[in-house]
Ligand binder design. Structure first.
Ligand code: 8YV
Length: 305
């Protein structure tokens, strides 16, 4: 990525091990036309400090850290990295489903503690994934990859909810669209994969957890703010749902005192959906190509809308 960028633009890199402070960043942005990041909030405050800025390229598919209205006002283009991470994130979602259903982290810890005793096999029972009902909220590119794995790998029955019907995907995969409440009521596994927008903020809250089966397993691999986290904690505590698999949280990194970290029926990961070396390198390369194409006005790039 760095080599490619150096070939095409004058580059400066923050390569210190400590994260850059907002003040230091503003200073560095004073004279740049393009900026590559993976989570820095790009808002009015930042744009004011960067009079020459024309393009911000994020090394992520999600771009909820972009204030698009402000970027529009300042004439700054935003780009992101779709497609290259779809399979990797879908793999992780399936791992969360399996881990929560078969209690993999909990039982791994038990075995390593030396607590595997004869005669307590029933205490290690989990629930099946195969032949169960999967409901996917947000049928985008990654949702489709998850549906494929669930259908062809685990013989699951897959339904989805999406703001707009995806007729082609329905036909291709033989999956059905359901109204959100029906999906919540009927599914054994519920996977949330919507981008974070003002419409999807706290999309899943107390009411939605009550609609779910008591045996439901809830997976969030989108953004923490799409869920009312306190409602999720309550639903898990009061057995309103069986378990959860989480890659994202309201606050990241998660507060060490967050009750979710103490619950055995919750699998917690540190936002690693796309985190394989190959995929992260591919995302970085797409981000580099995006910024070069947008800055030089040559070739295509993935602009966010
Ligand atoms: C990012 C992600 O890599 O692409 C996204 O939207 O959530 C991850 O793949 C992560 O946000 C770190 O930038």
């Amino acid at each position: 990525m760095q080599e490619y960028l150096e070939e095409h633009v004058n580059l400066k890199v923050w390569d210190k091990t400590v994260p850059i402070t907002r003040e230091q960043l503003f200073k560095e942005l004073e004279d740049v036309e393009g900026f590559i990041t993976s989570g820095v909030k790009v808002n009015e405050e930042l744009l004011r400090q960067a009079p020459k800025l024309r393009v911000v390229s994020t090394i992520s598919v999600g771009y909820n850290h972009f204030d698009l209205e402000a970027m529009n006002t300042y004439g700054v283009i935003g780009t992101h990295t779709p497609y290259v991470l779809d399979d990797t994130v879908a793999d992780l979602v399936i791992s969360l489903m399996l881990s929560a259903a078969r209690r993999i982290p909990e039982l791994d810890a038990m075995t390593k503690r030396g607590d595997w005793k004869k005669g307590n096999a029933e205490q290690s029972f989990g629930v099946d994934v195969h032949h169960q009902k999967l409901g996917i909220i947000g049928m985008g590119r990654i949702g489709e990859k998850i549906a494929q794995r669930a259908l062809f790998g685990f013989d699951m029955e897959v339904s989805y909810f999406n703001r707009n019907r995806k007729y082609e995907v329905e036909k291709k995969l033989n999956i059905k669209a359901l109204p959100m409440d029906d999906l919540l009521k009927e599914s054994d596994f519920i996977v949330l994969l919507v981008p974070l927008t003002s419409e999807t903020k706290q999309l899943i809250g107390e009411r939605e957890f009550i609609l779910m089966k008591k045996s439901a397993i809830f997976i969030n691999a989108s953004r923490g703010q799409t869920v009312d986290e306190q409602a999720l904690i309550n639903a898990l505590k009061t057995n309103e749902i069986l378990a959860a698999g989480l890659d994202v949280y309201e606050q990241e990194p998660i507060d060490p005192n967050n009750p979710l970290l103490k619950m055995e029926n919750v699998v917690t990961l540190p936002h690693i959906g796309s985190a394989t070396l190959k995929t992260r390198n591919a995302m970085a390369m797409v981000a580099a190509k995006n910024i070069v194409a947008a800055l030089l006005g040559e070739g295509s790039f993935y602009q966010v809308k």
